[in-house]
Design a protein around this ligand. Structure first.
Ligand SMILES: NC(=O)c1ccc[n+]([C@@H]2O[C@H](COP(=O)([O-])OP(=O)(O)OC[C@H]3O[C@@H](n4cnc5c(N)ncnc54)[C@H](OP(=O)(O)O)[C@@H]3O)[C@@H](O)[C@H]2O)c1
Length: 326
């Protein structure tokens, strides 16, 4: 296939390997809640993505995309295009299943939905435990971590890690867990470069996965946010030098900072564009130029949970209403 891209892999602490870019599959949020895939749109995107060279898919129970990812992977295995071990699936435990015994149940639900025997990486989505009605639960994420260790021991997830944990929370899991997390998934883009957290996680041997890599380059929630755009002169000049697009430059900036980018797209042309970043490399000076956009701006900031005892981020004066509770 002419457009096929061979993606480099990164070794994790537990000896397993992760493909160095993953396809994001969160379709967003609107007034009706999480946007759902219609007419198997996402399944068809994953089928296309596998043909293009994507071998890593990022999902979560809350995205409601696990079933279609599983279906596409099973179809490609049946076609003989890939073997199960060629494909890497990351998924995440939702906040309402944080009690130790609920974690194995949640993982079994994922396997039922996907029709697969195991996932490659299972992450605690947030350090925040909630009850079924979304009121705060007092369950400690260390208890949740014991459940993640159970899942791994049972072979239901090959590797385990965390998402949206801050440095202190990650340190506590490292210190007090029996198994060390192998991965940390956090927001990483030119407006939030996460220097300290990335360097801490890497110093502990974790692989960092970066979500929302395009930051302000793209529309979010139907809006434009302050920060660089696709026509930013600094990004355009670097892109012209390498014959790439500003989107590719930003993804390469993520890779050159030793982070695995998780760009989301449902568009064939952009699937090819976003994975075609392994044939060039930025200079230290170019990385530093892009670092200069940093303003510590988060697009994923669930401030409606900020009074939770394990809320990981800085608090804001005016929290937004909780979309999960209507
Ligand atoms: N752990 C967490 O809490 C968490 C939070 C947020 C996200 N994530 C993960 O990270 C993934 C990516 O994050 P995200 O979806 O927030 O943001 P993103 O990947 O930075 O941006 C996605 C947007 O960019 C557009 N796009 C993609 N490639 C493009 C290109 N080359 N040129 C122009 N526009 C392009 C997409 O539209 P089209 O689809 O139309 O191309 C979409 O609107 C998610 O899907 C999810 O898997 C995890």
């Amino acid at each position: 296939m002419s457009s096929f891209v061979d993606v480099p892999k990164i070794k994790m602490l537990d000896g397993r390997e992760m493909p160095g870019i993953g396809l994001g599959t969160y379709l967003g949020f609107d007034k009706n809640g999480v946007v759902k895939s219609i007419d198997k749109q996402l399944r068809d995107v994953v089928l296309d993505a596998i043909d293009i060279g994507y071998r890593h898919f990022d999902t979560a129970s809350i995205y409601d995309t696990e079933a279609e990812i599983g279906e596409a992977i099973r179809m490609k295995i049946d076609e003989g295009v890939v073997k199960r071990e060629d494909v890497f699936i990351t998924t995440k435990l939702w906040n309402t299943q944080h009690r130790r015994e609920e974690v194995v149940t949640a993982m079994r639900e994922v396997l039922n939905k996907t029709g697969l025997n195991y996932v490659d990486l299972f992450l605690i989505h947030w350090p925040i435990g909630l009850n079924a009605d979304y009121s705060y639960s007092d369950v400690d994420y260390l208890e949740t971590w014991r459940g993640m260790e159970d899942v791994q021991r049972l072979g239901l997830a090959k590797s385990i890690g965390v998402s949206n944990f801050n440095k202190e929370q990650l340190q506590r899991v490292i210190n007090e867990g029996t198994v060390k997390p192998v991965a940390l998934q956090i927001e990483v883009h030119p407006q939030i470069i996460q220097k300290d957290l990335i360097s801490f996680a890497r110093s502990q041997g974790l692989v960092v996965l970066g979500y929302s890599p395009f930051g302000s380059l793209v529309m979010r929630y139907g809006m434009r946010f302050p920060g660089p755009r696709m026509d930013d002169p600094a990004l355009v000049s670097i892109a012209e030098k390498y014959g790439k697009t500003p989107a590719q430059v930003v993804l390469r900036w993520v890779v050159d900072r030793h982070v695995v980018p998780l760009p989301k797209t449902v568009n064939h042309k952009r699937l090819v564009e976003n994975i075609s970043i392994f044939d060039f490399k930025l200079t230290d000076e170019e990385i530093e130029r892009i670092n200069q956009f940093n303003s510590n701006t988060r697009y994923t900031m669930p401030s409606f949970w900020q009074t939770h005892q394990h809320y990981p981020f800085e608090k804001v004066a005016k929290p937004i209403p909780d979309p999960f509770r209507g």
